[in-house]
Design a binder for this molecule. Sequence first.
Ligand code: NIG
Ligand code: FE
Length: 414
Amino acid sequence: MITLIKNIKELVQVEENPKVKVCGEDMGQIQTILDAFLLIEDDRIKDFGKMSLLDNNIKIDLEVDAKNSMVFPSFCDSHTHLVYSGSREIEYIDKIKGLSYEEIAKRGGGILNSAKKIQEASEESLYEDAQKRLDEIIKMGTGAVEIKSGYGLNTQSELKMLRVIKRLKENSPLTIKANFLGAHALPLEYRDKPDAFVDIVVNEMIPMVAKESLAEFIDVFCDKGFFTTKQTDRILKQGIKYGLRPKIHANEMDLSGGVQIAVENDALSCDHLEFIGKDEIECLLSSNTMPTILPGAAFFLNMRLSPAREMIASGLPIAMASDFNPGSSPSGNMQMIVSFACINYKMTPQEAFNATTINSAYAMNLSKTHGSIAKGKIANFYITKPIPNMEYMPYYYGTNKVDRVFLNGKEYSM
Ligand code: NIG
Ligand code: FE
């Protein structure tokens, strides 16, 4: 099946020689083609170029007129917790009144609050709620997403979350990657014996997750008040033994040593990074680990901001993701992430798009097939509403600029 998208005002982020990630000052570059076409064969990108160079002898099965709108590759959202039950607006009010994320967590709110709800929820209701969230993010331009477990806090509920993610994977047009986050918070009954909980993660949960092939990644919340570097190291090493690639939460609350542990274990990404100094930057520079910033969580919790400009100036790549979750970032809108990148982190729109497409694809091990418009890649892209240029996307913030979505070469019904 050959599909032609014609009359594209500007085709954004085309790559003749695809890269797996973009680093440092290269993040400021995005190649585009004005007055372009895009040719799809089945679920893959076959060709692209100037309308004037389109070969009129090609047999086209479906022609789509972009009507002089722009086309972008779909966003890749490499960090979400979008399988959850209920919501946490009560804590949101506590936060407005002055309690910190850590204080709320300490008194049994936060992640523990979501864990209680997940433990009580049926697999079916979790699946249905998550499906609705997937539909929401697809319509805002996301084409690939990582989803974490982590609100189970016991073996049974963690497996329940991961089975929901597996079902989503089988039934959604989105590309989905599952991340096992058994060590997200300490259940109350383990407050005085954290290592006993780590034992369960290591000896019970990881083998079961691997046996049912429920995840490709392993995550730990390595931070002050959560899991130590030693506990993190132990969990990651066991995960690796069972074929899970690390991708961790670190340095949201403090210089926790999490970056070093991530790099030592060849993590695919190290996420949050509100606290990051020269040592951490050096460490990341010598690694394959993608530094990932979560601007939605920093915005929602009113946290200090990761020094994105300094990181880029040092030559690092940056990925950005939504962190969609009920506690610290109740939104999966990647268009807003691009706006936050520009407004709060002083990144250019070009840098922001690289961070939310090719680099975030890398952070899910997907950048060979996703994250740009390149021949042979999966045809995940969107046609915008009438907008004048790329810069307008983050500038005109807060509304959905996506008009039509294509996933695996097929149009998604809006
Ligand atoms: O990435 N930092 C840890 N985990 C999530 C928050 C989860 C929650 O509060 O429910 C995050 O921000
Ligand atoms: Fe998170």
